[in-house]
Design a protein around this ligand. Structure first.
Ligand code: 4AD
Ligand code: MG
Length: 462
């Protein structure tokens, strides 16, 4: 079907030109024998006004056409006398593909709460809010590839089904084809996964890092960008059970290189949104007040603050404010602590480095003090952790020692140890949670509102 998108019409259209456009009716009103339809086709935030005169066949065809209907209109592009729009379309012909019941269609003109819209996830992309969020998400995804491709990083595809637990945290979804009514057991009474599809227990990946490491340790600089899964029972505004992660991995790189990459990356993403999503950010600023072009401009040019974990704990101990969770050297930072650092101490993004080895994953490189690891978390205001990364332990003996101390079996990841046996070298990488990024940039309060089909404990619809 030959049609023009509204975005193209508004940027390239010429007065007097004939256009065909398809979309969904946002509103229809009639005045003095003329019908006005505000049409949205998803290509941009704005609607385009269709003007249909009484007495035309088009006018009759839309007599029963309501908010939500899908239509095709052909007409001539005119200067619009109405305020705030450059063009309108004088309609010559119209086709109604599918009407929407004016009583049952849930997206009538009035505003809806985000909670209500979550219940109708299949219709919410037709609202201004979700149109804006998903267009920003698209630009960000494109900007991710742009950033890495321009720097010669190779896009790799790490597996979704895996046999290893990258984070060693046990938050894994098992993938099985065993008959759940009749699960085979071994002599000890445990489930016998040798009879399962892959001949051993398999999971949905929590991170592509381990595989990204062997690709990085051969191709030099790589990045993964794919879905990851976590079975943590976290019902918060920042956690999803299925989310997308961007994971660069660089050979011959240390923690300093890693932090530099993370900062450059983040700034470049902000710049790209400023350049490409001006109307979307303006809309989100107006209605939700949690983002703005001015904020993004500042982020795009600002350097991150840096602090070590040990210094951060001292800073928290000095705080006048009371925290719900204890602050003590050796304990992990809770989100209230992270927010104190970003919102009260640094007023912007901060990178916390050199966490105690005991609270971080097995693969992080042990520092010379023998107690902390070369880890970094990037924290941003309101959200907290948005990036987690580290220099990887490249010394076989140190890694083996750490894994055995943490009780991590090596049998499934001998291949990972091989990278330390053959041509090992310093290397580093990080993971950026894509939805947390979209959440931060759009200012949406709940992470469930930046992904089309959010998955969370007790929540799987669509
Ligand atoms: O800090 P995490 O667990 O790091 C890793 O998985 C490393 N293997 C990454 C690497 O070095 N290649 O997760 C990385 C990021 C977090 O900073 C956060 O932004 C996001 O992933 N994330 C989540 N986002 C939404 N919902 C969840 N449940 C998330 N868990 C982590
Ligand atoms: Mg983390």
């Amino acid at each position: 079907m030959k049609r023009s998108r509204i975005k193209t019409i508004l940027s390239e259209g010429k007065i007097g030109g004939k256009v065909t456009l398809c979309g969904w009716v946002r509103t229809k009103r009639e005045s003095k024998g003329i019908a006005f339809i505000a049409l949205n086709d998803g290509s941009m935030q704005d609607t385009l006004q269709l003007v249909v005169s009484e007495g035309t066949s088009a006018f009759q065809k839309i007599s029963n056409c309501n908010t939500g209907a899908a239509i095709k209109a052909t007409g001539v592009l005119k200067d619009s006398p109405a305020q705030g729009q450059r063009f309108e379309v004088e309609v010559l012909d119209i086709e109604v593909y599918g009407d929407a019941d004016p009583v049952k269609y849930p997206l009538q003109k009035k505003g809806h709460t985000l909670e209500f819209l979550r219940e109708i996830g299949h219709l919410r992309p037709r609202t201004n809010t979700f149109g804006a969020v998903f267009r920003v998400r698209n630009i960000l995804a494109d900007a991710v590839h742009n950033f890495f491709q321009e720097r010669g990083f190779i896009w790799i595809h790490t597996p979704i089904i895996t046999a290893s637990d990258c984070e060693g945290a046990g938050d894994l979804f098992t993938v099985t084809t065993l008959d759940l009514k009749n699960v085979p057991r071994n002599e000890g009474g445990d489930i016998d996964f040798s009879q399962d599809f892959f001949g051993k227990r398999a999971y949905l990946t929590v991170s592509g890092q381990l595989e990204a490491e062997f690709l990085g340790m051969s191709l030099g600089n790589v990045y993964a960008f794919g879905p990851t899964f976590r079975a943590e029972n976290s019902n918060t505004t920042r956690h999803l059970s299925e989310f997308w992660m961007i994971e660069p991995e660089m050979a011959f790189a240390d923690l300093r290189d890693d932090m530099e990459l993370a900062e450059d990356f983040f700034r470049s993403l902000c710049s790209r949104v400023l350049e490409k999503c001006e109307p979307e950010i303006a809309f989100l600023e107006k209605y939700y007040k949690n983002t703005s072009a001015a904020d993004l401009r500042e982020l795009a040019s600002k350097r991150f603050s840096h602090i070590t974990y040990t210094e951060a704990v001292k800073e928290l101990e000095r705080a006048k404010q009371k925290f719900e969770f204890p602050v003590k050297l050796g304990l992990d930072l809770q989100s209230e602590h992270e927010r104190y650092l970003t919102d009260t101490v640094f007023h912007g993004p901060v990178i916390v480095t050199d966490y105690p080895a005991d609270i971080k994953a097995f693969y992080m490189r042990l520092n010379d003090d023998g107690k902390t690891v070369a880890a970094m978390d990037v924290l941003v205001p309101k959200i907290g952790e948005i990036i987690g990364g580290s220099q990887r332990e490249e010394r076989l003996d140190v890694l083996n020692d750490r894994m055995s101390r943490m009780g991590i079996p090596t049998e499934n990841i001998e291949w990972y140890l091989d990278l330390r046996r053959y041509g090992s070298a310093p290397h580093a990488g990080f993971g950026l949670g894509f939805e947390r990024l979209v959440q931060y940039i759009t200012g949406m309060h709940n992470i469930r509102d930046v992904i089309p089909c959010p998955r969370a404990p007790q929540t799987i619809k669509f």
